[in-house]
Each structure stands twice: as structure tokens, then as C-alpha cells.
Design a binder for this molecule. Structure first.
Ligand code: BGC
Length: 352
């Protein structure tokens, strides 16, 4: 079942909509074509009660004011690009330095603030197909890029996100979704005690500005080690550098044995709600961000709930940040004739 309802008008006057996708699985998703934002994702807990496990706002105004990219599609390029510029085939491209001296999450007006075309397709696995044509040189990036993102509510209980993109000129491209998950509900405060696993023995080293240095670090035996499931917050305070630089986890983990296949790569489990989320993807990496910058004085979440620092985790499946400046990193170039084709699935199970 799909319900479509108005979700306000952008400051430029475009009407946008919210689409609620529902099936027999017990999972329900509310998504808007403004930024392709997942507004709500309801999942049944161990007592059969529905909990909304993603952070978000009641209305469009909240999303326009907030700067945390809650629930949104991120593009053209997620995470940071140092110096807000890059060279491609001998041409220098200048981007908007929207995060200090660097560019991040697509620039000043990224995909998260664009109005996407929407087509809803009902069925046992209801889907919302979003399309956006990003014009040549939008936010400084070359090439006209046609992007299609398909959100599909799975019969097994989960939300699948398929990303497809084509360009007419060589460019760089690295999309993700920036949903903040808390498996006790977005309104339940700290993420500390939820158990996380990541299929990664290594991560990118970054400097004080969170820009990759180029070095790949082993994580085993360090506070960054989630190769064995561990409470998210267990080691929050064991590395003073983590606190100083990012205020929590804000790291790009590199999956083990990457082979391009859609595979189970990370999970989060809350003993309190009994909800487990499994992250399947065919991307090579995941940015783990523990909502370190959420501020209780910022725009309140749905129902007036105050934002909580370290109150959620983002699982940003992606290629390596700032790859355009590191020839040995996972390649983020996209050329004419190629299809950018990635899938990430957030699948839910209840453990009693
Ligand atoms: C980045 C953080 C940033 C956050 C919100 C995350 O994806 O890794 O550094 O603060 O997004 O913008």
C-alpha cells in the first residue's frame, strides 16, 4: 500500500509530497521527494509495538533549517573533498567550500535539498522511484548526470535503496543515504548500548579536519574495532583523539574482501527493543557517524523531541572519501557509457 500526501512547499515554491510505503512485513517507511529523505521508518519491536527508528522532522521547514542531512540522499559526492577542488583529465573544477575550506555532501545545495521526480509503484514490495537530472556544472561538477534512486519496501521486512546514475561527460560520483538510526526509536536518547558489528579490518586515517591522509589503518584491538559485535559507546572515551577530532565515530571503514557483491556488511542490535538491523551493500566502504554533532538546541525532531548528541548512528555506504585526490583509493570517477549501480539494504529482524 502507498499513501501520498502533501509535505509542504519549498522556499522556491515547489510542492513536495510524502509517500508512506506499507506491506505485510510490519515495516513502514515514509519518504519525501524533497531530498529523497526517509522521514520515518517504523519497525516492530520484540513486543510487537512499532518504533520509528530514524531521526527526522515533522515538516519540510525542519529539513530546510537543519544542517545534519537527516534521512537524506547525499550527492553528487558524499563526505569531504579537500581544498574544494579537483583535477580531472587536466581540467580543474572548483566546488563550493560549504564545510570550512572543503566541500562536503554535494556542496551548497546538494541532492538532499533538491526536489526529485517521484513515481510510486504499489505491490507486495511497494516502491518509490525518484529521479533527478543534475545539470552540467551543478555545484561545480562536470557532466549532466541522470540519477534514479529506488526505495523498495521488502517483503522480508526492510528497505532497499538502489542507486543508478549515468553521465554524458566524465565526472566524479559517490552517493549515499544519511539516515540516523536508533533501534530503540529516534526519541530514546543515547545509542551507547546498542551493539554494532562492521565487516572491516581497516579504515582510512584522517587528519584533524577529517580529511583522509591516504594511510589505511588496521582497526583490530583498537577502539575502532567492531569486527566482533560491541556496544557502540563502549570505547567512546578511550581515545582522546576521537573526542577531540570528531566527538565520536566519524570514520570510513573498508570492507574485507570486496568483490562487488551485495553482502551483509554491518549490523546494529538493541537488546532493549530486540530490533536488529542488518546492512547489506555492494559498496566497498561504510562511513560510520555516531551523530556527534547533533545538538539538543537545534530544530526539534518529530513531536518536539530534542536532538541528542550520539543519539543515533548513520551507516553511510560509500566509496572512500576524497578519493579524487588519491589515485590508490576506490575509484569515484563516472564516465559516459558506464552505469553507477549500487544497492544498500537495511533489513530488520526481531530477537526475543
Ligand atoms: C560526516 C560528518 C558530518 C555529518 C553531518 C557525516 O557524514 O562524516 O563529519 O559532521 O555527516 O554533516
Amino acid at each position: 500500500m502507498i499513501k501520498q500526501e502533501p509535505f509542504g512547499k519549498t522556499p522556491e515554491g515547489s510542492a513536495v509530497y510524502a509517500y508512506t510505503l506499507e506491506n505485510d512485513s510490519g515495516v513502514r517507511a515514509k519518504i519525501t521527494n524533497f531530498g529523497g529523505i526517509i522521514i520515518s521508518l517504523w519497525v516492530r519491536d520484540k513486543n510487537g509495538e512499532s518504533r520509528d527508528v530514524v531521526c527526522g522532522f515533522d515538516d519540510l521547514d525542519g529539513y530546510c533549517k537543519a544542517d545534519g542531512y537527516q534521512g537524506a540522499l547525499i550527492g553528487r559526492v558524499t563526505n569531504r573533498i579537500s581544498g574544494a577542488s579537483f583535477h580531472l583529465d587536466g581540467t580543474e573544477y572548483t566546488l563550493c567550500p560549504n564545510f570550512g575550506s572543503f566541500s562536503a555532501h554535494g556542496g551548497k545545495i546538494g541532492f538532499n535539498r533538491r526536489v526529485w521526480g517521484a513515481r510510486a509503484i504499489d505491490g507486495a514490495e511497494p516502491a518509490l522511484i525518484l529521479t533527478y537530472v543534475s545539470p552540467d556544472m551543478e555545484e561545480g561538477y562536470p557532466g549532466t548526470v541522470v540519477v534514479t534512486v529506488t526505495y523498495r519496501l521488502l517483503a522480508v521486512g526492510g528497505l532497499s535503496i538502489h542507486y543508478a546514475a549515468y553521465t554524458d561527460k566524465k565526472t566524479i560520483f559517490n552517493m549515499t543515504n544519511h539516515a540516523y538510526f536508533n533501534l530503540d526509536g529516534y526519541d530514546s536518547g543515547s545509542i551507547r548500548d546498542q551493539i554494532m558489528w562492521i565487516d572491516a579490518d581497516t579504515m582510512n586515517e584522517h587528519d584533524a579536519d577529517m580529511i583522509p591522509t591516504g594511510k589505511i589503518l588496521p582497526v583490530r584491538g583498537t577502539p575502532y574495532d567492531f569486527t566482533t559485535p560491541k556496544a557502540v559507546g563502549r570505547d567512546f572515551d578511550s581515545d582522546p583523539e576521537m573526542e577531540k577530532q570528531a566527538g565520536g565515530y566519524d570514520n570510513n571503514y573498508i570492507f574485507n574482501g570486496y568483490d562487488g557483491q551485495l553482502r551483509l556488511r554491518a549490523s546494529l542490535y538493541s537488546p532493549a527493543s530486540g530490533i536488529e538491523m542488518q546492512v547489506h551493500t555492494n559498496q566497498p566502504c561504510i562511513g560510520i557517524y555516531t551523530a556527534n554533532m547533533l545538538n539538543p538546541d537545534d530544530v526539534p525532531f518529530k513531536g518536539g523531541v530534542r536532538q541528542a548528541r550520539r543519539g543515533a548512528v548513520c551507516f553511510e555506504t560509500q566509496k572512500m572519501p576524497d578519493a579524487v585526490h588519491h589515485p590508490d583509493f576506490t575509484d569515484t570517477t563516472l564516465s559516459p557509457g558506464e552505469c553507477y549501480d549500487y544497492t544498500t539494504v537495511f533489513q530488520f529482524e526481531v530477537k526475543k
